[in-house]
Write a protein that binds this ligand. Structure first.
Ligand code: SF4
Length: 345
């Protein structure tokens, strides 16, 4: 990972919400983080916590009816408006996206060579076919796809190879920042391992920064430099991936890790309840109805983000200065026990 230069991406208080009949659904609600050149940041959390909305919001790929607010700086300059000419010039050339299902990106009627020509010419009209071929073969080499397949059609590739093709397409213009949304979900374990290795190698070959959205904590521990844990539209813990896995500080991160199956798993564990309704989330800390450590203060006041001993930034009253907890606020809330009983009923 490059350690010099400014952050590629700086996100401050980003909010994305959708209008619904019941009110605004706040899918991303005040998210802040930075991404350095060549850094891979894993974004984890249960379904419905806002991970995909955050990734798509950063690339201007939100559906109609989404509202966005906050400051996003890309390479030291404010990100241009999504509808602007400047933004269209950035997308693809400087910003890329790798989707979960490769066939959503590949046209079955077009040869791979045509996909590359279309992608490159969208930003460099008039560039020769030979120059496109040269650039494409370079990224295909990194993806382990032989040059003899350059004129093939997508259906002539296996699922894993198709995903490698979409990564090659996302990389051909050498973007500075890529969002990969569950890029290995549809793949078997062996192919998944290959893709993870490729993603981890990207920084060496291209110095690309990556936001890797995944449910798979094993992937994060292998491929990511840092990890951000998202719950109900907010990043509740962010820090060095190894440090967070070794010593998770937020109760939600602890529960998430506990509920992950690994080779040393001896029993199944799950987090009782489900992520909250984003139209009407719980007051105070949004995790409090499910948190085994909830205190009275958690039910009424939202914790502020604080840096803790391991260097993580955590949003939890357990880590706030005791002086900030109002009198009586530190008493246990015992919501979790009630919730477990209700779940079993
Ligand atoms: Fe649990 Fe309270 Fe921390 Fe929220 S703030 S995670 S409810 S202890």
């Amino acid at each position: 990972m490059s350690t010099t230069g400014q952050d590629v991406l700086s996100v401050r208080d980003l909010r994305v919400w959708y209008g619904t009949e019941r009110g605004a659904a706040r899918a991303v609600d005040g998210v802040s983080f930075d991404l350095r050149p060549g850094e891979i940041l894993g974004l984890v959390g249960e379904s419905g916590c806002g991970k995909t909305t955050l990734g798509r919001g950063l690339l201007g790929l939100l559906p109609r009816g989404a509202f966005v607010d906050g400051d996003v700086t890309f390479k030291g300059k404010p990100m241009p408006a999504v509808a602007s000419k400047e933004y269209r010039a950035l997308r693809g050339a400087e910003l890329g996206m790798i989707f979960q299902e490769p066939m959503t990106r590949l046209n079955p009627l077009m040869r791979i060579s045509e996909h590359f020509e279309e992608t490159v010419r969208a930003h460099h009209p008039g560039v020769s076919r030979e120059r496109v071929r040269h650039a494409a073969l370079e990224v295909l080499r990194v993806m382990g796809i032989p040059p003899t397949r350059y004129r093939s059609y997508p259906h002539e590739f296996s699922g894993g190879m198709r995903q490698r093709l979409t990564i090659a397409l996302a990389l051909v213009l050498r973007p500075a920042f890529i969002v990969a949304d569950e890029p290995t979900t549809a793949l078997d374990v062996l192919v998944e391992a290959q893709i993870i290795k490729i993603l981890a190698d990207l920084r060496r070959e291209f110095d690309t920064s990556l936001l890797l959205i995944t449910h798979n904590l094993g992937i994060v521990s292998e491929a990511c430099d840092r990890v951000a844990v998202m719950y109900a539209g907010r990043i509740v813990e962010i820090g060095d991936a190894r440090q967070v896995f070794r010593s998770p500080q937020h109760p939600y991160t602890q529960e998430l890790l506990r509920s992950t199956i690994s080779l040393s798993t001896t029993g199944l564990s799950f987090i009782p309840g489900s992520p909250p309704d984003l139209v009407d989330p719980p007051a105070g800390c949004r995790f409090h109805p499910r948190c085994p450590h909830a205190m009275r203060v958690c039910a009424t006041q939202a914790p502020v983000p604080l840096e803790v001993a391991g260097g993580q930034r955590v949003e939890c009253w357990l880590h706030g200065p005791e002086s900030q907890v109002p009198p009586g606020g530190g008493e246990p809330l015992h919501v979790r026990e009630e919730l477990s009983v209700a779940d079993e009923a």
